[in-house]
Write a protein that binds this ligand. Structure first.
Ligand SMILES: [Zn+2]
Length: 173
């Protein structure tokens, strides 16, 4: 059975998730549950608190609509570096249906994490991947994109591709 996605203002979305440490069967099962719920919701990312699990895990597959699925599971992710340049982009969230908000995010992020086999990983992500990762990292700390709504005097923040973890087609494109 697919786990239901918790919706704002569910208090679990405001909790800080706990480190996983050793990747055991339970962590692997949670990764599988997250992927199933993400694909079912046609999202591109999903963090454990969004299914009510307070573990520092999120999954991402930003391009599954354009090709074969390429899911990545991030366990105990840590930001090593962010680009000094930020850009304004439109974000939607599976936990906040129907809202698209402009958010400033660094254009790139370097991340260390543990994969679902317990191996350490490190990589740099840009563009839509970086934005999705920063959105999901926020979920692990109880922060939502609606907390980061940009001052947008130029009125151009909602332009471009909609990112975050909800399906792009859900927004006003
Ligand atoms: Zn979200």
């Amino acid at each position: 059975m697919t786990l239901p996605i918790r919706l704002y203002p569910d208090p679990v979305l405001r909790q800080v998730a706990r480190p996983v440490g050793t990747v055991d069967e339970r962590a692997r099962a949670l990764v599988e549950d997250l992927l199933q719920a993400m694909y079912q919701a046609e999202g591109r990312g999903l963090a454990a608190p969004q299914v009510g699990a307070l573990s520092r895990i999120f999954v991402m597959d930003t391009r599954w609509k354009e090709g074969p699925p390429r899911p990545i599971a991030f366990i105990d992710p840590e930001v090593l570096d962010v680009a000094p340049v930020s850009e304004l982009g439109a974000e939607a969230c599976l936990s906040i249906p129907g809202r698209v908000v402009p958010v400033w995010r660094p254009v790139a992020v370097t991340l260390a994490w543990t994969d679902q086999r317990g191996r350490p990983q490190k990589a740099r992500f840009e563009g839509i991947d970086a934005r999705c990762i920063l959105h999901e990292l926020d979920h692990l700390d109880g922060i939502l994109c609606i907390d980061r709504v940009a001052e947008d005097p130029a009125g151009e923040g909602a332009g471009g591709e909609i990112s975050g973890d909800a399906p792009g087609a859900a927004g006003p494109q």
